[in-house]
Design a protein around this ligand. Structure first.
Ligand SMILES: [Zn+2]
Ligand SMILES: [Zn+2]
Length: 257
């Protein structure tokens, strides 16, 4: 008798859940987080077209020094044609993908529109490129590119810190001793030279902390002119860092070329 009652309750519960799911699907259908099209399952997160767009973004070659799109056959002295004359203060870079299609949309939503649900997927992509990085094994610290505390308060999170938290590593630690001491102007509409000026002297290492002899990997979502990464790398080297690398989701340098 007891068994029959248990079965009956289980069947009733499953039926209620199934009706609730159907109603939810009817009145609030799952949609692609990127383009808004309807998708079959809420857990899919993206529609088929956006998943395919993402695959295209992450498959191309790039320059190991600046991260711009570049064929591996066009790299001379570890640099592509576009960055031969550039001043780059970090030793190398890995990027998750090219700045277009679904990846660009996801990163912009992650950065500006609180789409922190992308964290897992973006971190998986970053972990996958870090596995291919020639420097990954040397890293002592992953350092998120810091936001000024006022910007952090306004946004509610530092997207670079979220990325650091999702990095899969046994040896390296997250280090937050690099801070932004000046609330710099947003860089989106600035030229390459103005970006450089904008971040000059904007970073410092907390008093009493140093990076002597350490290999550091800066983590950021997007780099465009490399002005921020360059300034952070210079600040870390002044604090004793032996080598500084960068791991980013994407490089939007083409916007300024
Ligand atoms: Zn989509
Ligand atoms: Zn390059």
């Amino acid at each position: 008798m007891e068994l029959i009652l248990k079965d009956f309750l289980n069947i009733t519960r499953d039926s209620v859940l199934s009706v609730c799911e159907s109603l939810l699907y009817l009145f609030c259908p799952p949609t692609c987080r990127c383009c808004g099209r309807m998708i079959p399952q809420r857990t899919d997160m993206l529609c088929r077209a956006c998943w395919e767009g993402l695959q295209t973004c992450i498959s191309g070659d790039y320059c190991p020094s600046c991260g711009r799109d570049a064929s591996r056959y066009a790299i001379i002295n570890n640099r592509c044609a576009a960055c031969q004359e550039d001043i780059i203060n970090f030793e190398g870079i890995v990027r998750a993908g090219a700045y277009h299609d679904s990846l660009r949309d996801m990163i912009l939503q992650f950065k500006f529109y609180e789409a922190t649900e992308y964290k897992g997927l973006l971190c998986d992509m970053l972990n996958s490129v870090l596995k291919t990085g020639s420097f990954t094994e040397e890293i002592d610290y992953f350092v998120p590119v810091p936001l000024h505390w006022l910007r952090r308060l306004d946004r509610g999170y530092n997207q670079s810190m979220l990325l650091c938290e999702g990095i899969d590593t046994d040896k390296a630690e997250i280090n937050t001793d690099l801070v932004r001491i000046r609330n710099t102007q947003r860089q989106w509409n600035l030229s390459r030279s103005k970006r450089k000026k904008n971040v000059e002297g904007a970073f410092a290492v907390r008093k009493g902390h140093d990076f002597s002899g350490k290999t550091v990997c800066l983590v950021d979502d997007i780099t465009t002119s490399h002005a921020t990464l360059n300034e952070c790398a210079a600040t870390l080297k002044q604090a004793g860092a032996k080598n500084v690398y960068a791991a980013v989701l994407t490089v939007a340098a083409g916007r300024l070329d």
